[in-house]
Design a protein around this ligand. Structure first.
Ligand code: NAD
Length: 477
């Protein structure tokens, strides 16, 4: 793009943003029925374009069609239906009781739309992570610009088409593009920015948001530890981890990043895990390009990044078990188990985000806690154990955005649970009512009665009588 074209594009972006801003004032007064009508229109578009959604994500990185249904289309529809069912209840002002010092006042909390919001999405669930936050955003009465990932061009183009067909330009628009476009958008004074992506870019987004004091929700990544102790049902654990780690080819923010297995059950568990991976994704004893249930890495860059992580671990003495073939030309990488990894291997520092599973052992719960706490707070903690003491010790001595016991990745789709990270793995929560709140200003309103009111007791002049009242206040109220 030449400088003149870039200038024009920036001007048009600003004028589209101004239009959204102007409309957002009107939206504050809109009845809930209008918001619901918008969500219903979106729902109906998704139903009537299911095959195109499936095809576009398949074209981007050969994601199995049924996996598109379960992990892209269904979560958005579930979010939509949940919002349609509960919107009145979420948006209803909440009456607040007066405490003794506020006798005579009446208070409430109202849920006011924040205004014009920016949603920036990653490539790993390219439909779900654009549309899911948009549902919460619109349910809360806002309008939005959505910036899908440049790395899934088929799906991004389809999301643009969807938004243009379903919404007018003063409700939602899609702006496609890469880092530069994202940076241009981040200069605008949005009322809220909802970013899903890597921790490194999340920091840049927060910095940019600081210039306008836009509020942020940051849905980031990290290394989610998965523990298996000797009391776990090893068959269940193997099946659930095989799915949670390797579906979407490991490119899931909440996928188990590494395993910590109690030493006494390590060999038995790893054997079972291998069997389960092959049952779910393999054919004739290995995971091959012919598998219709196994996705690809989204880009060659990912392929190289992950291959380098494995190579680095091997050079430092790790042992690798590859459960199938590799083909760089089509970004195909079968599951890899890594054991005996040196503590200075790069794989312990970076989020893997691919089908490679480092497996480490532990001998005591204290040792496991230390390993987890030596790293940034993860997005998820998974505990496979039937020992309540072990579970509680881990929950109380570590910090993570979310946690599951005897399960993994499922927490993302529970409509009544908040989803999100903590510090390095994210800021703020999303989904269901928590998503509605992320896009709302919880506005407290206090109403005072006419005539004498309790605060008068504390108005000057500051007499001795007032000192006695203040002493009582400090002691009792
Ligand atoms: P990314 O951070 O590289 O990109 C995300 C978005 O930010 C893209 O739209 C991209 O165009 C934009 N972007 C990239 N660099 C930018 C910059 N310098 N300035 C402004 N915008 C920029 O992430 P990704 O590689 O697309 O996705 C993978 C990451 O997302 C992983 O870390 C994963 O854990 C995380 N993730 C988190 C969640 C969650 O819900 N917490 C869900 C999915 C993915």
């Amino acid at each position: 793009m030449g400088p003149e074209t870039a200038n024009l594009a920036e001007k048009s972006l600003k004028s589209r943003f101004q239009r959204l801003k102007a409309t957002s004032l009107r939206l504050r007064n809109e009845p809930l029925s209008e918001r619901k009508a918008r969500l219903r229109k979106l729902e109906s578009w998704i139903h009537s374009h299911r095959d195109r959604i499936r095809q576009s994500i398949h074209d981007d990185y050969k994601k199995p069609l049924l996996e598109v249904d379960t992990s892209e289309i269904y979560p958005v529809l579930a979010e939509l239906r949940h919002a349609l069912r509960h919107l009145e209840e979420w948006a209803r002002p909440v009456k607040i009781d007066a405490t003794l010092t506020f006798v005579g006042t009446r208070s409430e909390i109202r849920y006011e739309p924040k205004g014009t919001c920016l949603i920036i999405a990653p490539w790993n669930f390219p439909f779900n992570l654009c549309l899911g936050p948009l549902v919460s955003c619109l349910a809360a009465g806002n309008n939005a610009i959505v910036k899908p990932s440049e790395l899934t061009p088929h799906t991004s183009a389809l999301v643009r088409e969807l938004v243009a067909e379903v919404f007018s330009e003063d409700i939602a628009i899609v702006v496609e593009g890469g880092v530069e476009v994202s940076q241009q958008l981040l200069e605008l004074p949005f009322d809220h920015i909802f970013f899903t992506g890597s921790t490194a870019v999340g920091k840049l987004v927060m910095q940019a948001a600081g210039k306008n004091l836009s509020s942020v929700t940051l849905e980031l990544g990290g290394k989610s530890p998965t523990l298996i102790d000797r009391t776990a049902n090893l068959n269940d654990a193997a099946k659930r981890i095989a799915f949670g780690k390797f579906f979407n080819n490991g490119q899931t923010c909440i996928a188990p990043d590494y395993l910590l297995v109690e030493k006494t059950v390590h060999d038995r568990f790893v054997g079972l895990l291998k069997e389960e991976v092959l049952k779910l994704f393999g054919e004739s004893g290995s995971v091959s390009e012919q598998s219709a249930s196994y996705a690809r890495l989204a880009t060659t860059r990912q392929y190289h990044r992950i291959s380098e992580l494995v190579e680095d671990a091997l050079q430092r003495g790790a042992h690798a078990e590859r459960l199938g073939t590799f083909n760089e030309k089509v970004n195909f990488m079968a599951p890899v188990f890594l054991t005996e990894i040196s503590p200075d291997a790069r794989i312990w520092e970076e989020e893997i985000f691919g089908p490679v599973l480092p497996i480490e052992t532990f001998e005591s719960v204290g040792e496991a806690v230390e390993i987890i706490n030596n790293r940034p707070k993860p997005l998820a903690l998974y505990i496979f154990s039937h020992d309540k003491g072990f579970q509680e010790h881990l929950l109380r001595h570590t910090s993570s955005g979310t946690a599951c016991i005897n399960e993994c990745v499922l927490q993302f789709t529970h409509p009544n649970l908040p989803f999100g990270g903590v510090n390095q793995s994210g800021i703020g929560k999303s989904h269901g009512q928590y998503g509605f709140l992320a896009f709302s200003n919880e506005k407290p309103i206090l109403r005072q009665k006419s005539g004498w009111a309790t605060p008068y007791l504390l108005y000057p002049p500051y007499t001795n009588r007032m000192k006695k009242i203040v002493d009582l206040l400090l002691k009792w109220f």
